[in-house]
Design a protein around this ligand. Structure first.
Ligand code: ACO
Length: 431
């Protein structure tokens, strides 16, 4: 019997089998249960994959108890402070920080893929003006697979790389076009002399009739949001991307599936929920009533943007973004809406009140990113789209990793069948 194994005994019949323990570089070890059915005729039952690793990955490491997030081994704090979104994307995709010439080549390539096929405009114009931009994103990003046939052979590394770069380059263009359409504004084409984030702000907020100066404070805050949201290991949308691509589906369709998953309120909708909560509170004098409700065991009401499923002591991203949020509110002129005062008071209460302190319910990254996006005049229905743009780097990196992983199989979970036993069909007149 190997020391690095566990033995499972089936107490119903005494049968036993040994299973190898797989050790990670850091983090939890895993029992390799791939032979469980063959050896013991059993499956594991784990809804929501709470205790199941679905893949091996070299990309992102999270320790929720310690509040650690690393991309390719680099602490998120260092990347947030010293890197930018494009460089971080390169790191996620290729595993190493780029040299200067690699970075220049990458930046040039991404900038020169920002334009979308003009016929895609017909898709966008086909949506009603009241269409949610995430609905448009799911459709239009998926539609890219109908336009770029020269990069759909997923067995070819060059095709895969081209698709990944196209996605990184075109998703912001599509997002901005969706927003412009939904708000009845004329489309704005990308400007290659601008940086990645500046270009996004330009495409969203400029008008053909006048020059638009991208505010450096706004660009910096947005850059930070993008770096902090670039990847978060095997969350629901990333797992969706992996599961859809496990069948050999093309990358554009798989990223569209990831966007669909992210759209769910339990995943990408939290920062939007923060602003809706602040709007509902509407006046600082109402705060005590809402806090009382949040603390009341018999009331389902929760303060949005507080607590986190994974980070139980602190969310490293929240610590980083909190400062950027405060700097932005201090520096932007005219930001004295009651909403931001309410946010500051709620933050203070959460950091001092015993109920929140005892349960480690500190403001999470969504609390601050929601406030930043609001302060940048980002429309509420674009909040999840911002998240989708940022997460594209993670999705394509995880997809690329999966494509070269020989151990990956088509995703095919098992089930615990709890339905009827065998029964005979009854004629409709006898039911
Ligand atoms: N406001 C008030 N009380 C809360 C809140 C909150 N936002 N969050 C948790 N609590 C309380 C719970 O009532 C519970 O109290 P109890 O121990 O007296 O029963 C305790 O804190 C622990 O809460 P759980 O629900 O067990 O924590 P869990 O890890 O399951 O939930 C979650 C985490 C879902 C994020 C939760 O904190 C929440 O609903 N927050 C608000 C929504 C939000 O901001 N979501 C985005 C987070 S992003 C993410 O988690 C992927």
């Amino acid at each position: 019997m190997s020391e690095n194994s566990v033995t499972i005994t089936d107490n119903r019949n005494g049968s036993q089998a040994e299973f190898e323990i797989l050790n990670p570089v850091v983090g939890n070890s895993c029992i390799d249960v791939r032979q469980l059915n063959a050896k013991l005729g059993l499956f594991t039952y784990d809804p929501g994959f709470q205790a199941t690793a679905s893949c091996k990955s070299d990309i992102t490491y999270i320790d929720g108890d310690e509040g650690i997030l690393r991309y390719r081994g680099y602490p998120i704090e260092q990347l947030a402070e010293q890197s930018n979104y494009l460089e971080t994307s390169y790191l996620l995709m290729y595993g190493e920080l780029p040299t200067e010439s690699q970075y220049r080549e990458f930046e040039h390539s991404i900038k020169h893929h920002t334009i979308v096929h003009e016929a895609l405009m017909q898709f966008i114009n086909g949506f009603n003006n009241n269409a949610h931009p995430m609905a448009m994103m799911v459709g239009v990003v998926g539609a890219l697979s109908a336009f770029y046939h020269d990069s759909l052979d997923i067995s070819d590394p060059q095709h895969r790389d081209l698709s990944a770069r196209r996605l990184l380059a075109k998703v912001p263009t599509i997002a901005a076009l969706c927003y412009r359409h939904a708000s009845g504004k004329p489309p704005v084409y990308p400007r290659n002399k601008l940086g990645y984030i500046e270009n996004l702000l330009h495409m969203m907020f400029s008008f053909p009739s006048e020059d638009y100066l991208v505010s450096p404070i706004a660009a910096r805050a947005m850059e930070l949001i993008f770096v902090l949201h670039a990847d978060h290991e095997q969350n629901a949308s990333t797992s969706t991307v992996r599961l859809s691509s496990s069948s050999g589906a093309n990358p554009y369709a798989c990223i569209a599936a990831g966007i669909a998953s992210l759209w769910g309120p339990a995943h990408g909708g939290a920062n939007e929920a923060v602003i809706r909560m602040l709007e509902e509170i509407s006046n600082p004098s109402e705060i005590p009533g809402y806090v009382k409700r949040a603390k009341d065991k018999d009331d389902d009401y929760r303060l949005m943007g507080f607590g986190h499923r994974i980070y139980k002591n602190h969310d490293p991203r929240a610590t980083i973004i909190r400062k950027a949020c405060n700097d932005l509110l201090d520096e932007l002129e005219g930001i004295n809406q009651p909403m931001f005062e309410i946010a500051k008071q709620l933050e203070r209460i959460a950091l001092e009140d015993d109920y929140f302190v005892e349960r480690n319910l500190y403001p999470n990254v969504d609390f601050y990113s929601g406030i930043i996006l609001k302060a940048l005049d980002m429309p509420l229905n674009m909040f999840t789209v911002v998240f989708a743009m940022a997460r594209t780097a993670g999705w394509i990196s995880q997809w690329g990793e999966m494509m070269t992983d020989n151990e990956q199989r088509i995703g095919r979970p098992r089930q615990l069948y709890m339905g009827d036993e065998l029964r005979d069909y009854v004629d409709i007149r006898q039911r």
